[in-house]
Design a protein around this ligand. Structure first.
Ligand code: IPD
Length: 306
């Protein structure tokens, strides 16, 4: 079955679902939508997250009834990503942003085969930026553009990264780094997280890396896309799930970036491994920046696992 999947056809469907789902997200009124919590008061879910996932399931199952589906809102503990063709869906990545009307929100849709993404689509309906990739065919951003304020808006499709000759990576002290706070704020993983943030941002005199700055934009999928675009040099994350990263992962790697483990030593992480470091395309310096980053991670690193 996997050999016969037409990636281009799946791509077309995922784009169609993402655009329609984006309309649902924009039409929803986050300030009056029912907001619930999951594991704690910062782990939010809204009726729109659930409605969008149901909508995606209905369309995807109609066309591909034999494929599996792994989605954030229908996930049940213990469900594993398998080798079967599987649609992986985060109906709203950036739910906290959505609730606060902070417009860094997207739907993230991927098809994985043998646990590896082969088609990925990430759509932010507020900016109408659509990122997409098919395995082996590069990554693209479709976005509204006008050359000056009086010119008509046109839709442009550009290949990522934006700079076709990205500069070498110069090390952490020359980098803009994305990190996320997540919703789990106690215990070992929390200690690893904030100690690493302090090391990244702190001055050389204090044993820090003095990165240009840290960004925390609230959506793993859009962070991956920003690294793919070359706007962020490195994104370091622990604790999120396959649905947060699957589409962005392919968009990044098709744009020449790499994904390694957030913990030291593992150059080949898995989509469902819950620990990720994404590095932008560069002619040199990818390996060096990963090793430099790994060197500051507290003993033991994260204990998140698939
Ligand atoms: C969250 C975002 C956030 C990441 C969290 C995710 P959600 O996804 O991707 O950037 O740090 O771990 O849970 O809950 O908005 O779909």
């Amino acid at each position: 079955m996997a050999d016969q999947v037409n990636h281009k056809e799946v791509h077309g469907l995922l784009v169609e679902v993402a655009l329609a789902a984006g309309d649902m997200i924009v039409a929803a009124q986050p300030h009056i939508a029912t907001v619930g919590t999951k594991q704690n008061s910062a782990d939010l879910v809204t009726e729109t997250d659930k409605a969008v996932e149901q909508y995606a399931i209905a369309l995807l199952k109609e066309k591909y009834p034999e494929f599996d589906f792994l989605g954030e809102e229908t996930y049940t503990t213990g469900k594993k990503l398998t080798d079967k063709p599987t649609f992986i869906c985060d109906p709203i990545d950036g739910t906290v942003n959505f609730v606060h009307t902070f417009p860094n929100v997207c739907i993230s849709l991927a098809l994985a085969i043998h646990k590896k993404p082969v088609v990925g689509v990430v759509y932010n309906p507020y900016t109408t930026h659509l990122y997409s990739a098919i395995k082996g065919q590069g990554s693209f951003l479709t976005m509204p553009f006008r050359s000056k304020s009086t010119a008509p808006i046109e839709n442009r499709r550009v290949r990522l990264p934006h700079n076709p000759n990205p500069p070498p990576l110069g090390g952490l002290d020359k980098s803009l780094v994305a990190v996320e706070w997540g919703s789990h704020r106690t215990g070992h993983n929390w200690d690893v997280k904030y100690e690493t943030f302090a090391k990244l941002a702190g001055s050389r005199e204090q044993g820090g890396k003095m990165v240009h700055s840290l960004r925390s934009m609230g959506s793993a999928a859009l962070n991956f896309c920003a690294v793919a675009a070359g706007q962020i040099d490195v994104y370091w994350e622990g604790g999120c799930w396959a649905w947060d990263v699957a589409a962005g992962w392919l968009i990044l790697t098709e744009a020449g970036g790499i994904v390694v483990d957030a913990n030291p030593g593992n150059w080949s992480p898995t989509v469902d491994g819950r620990r990720y470091m994404a590095v932008r395309a560069a002619p040199t310096g990818q390996r060096e920046i990963v090793e430099e980053f790994w060197s500051i991670i507290p003993e033991g690193g994260y204990n998140y696992s698939a």
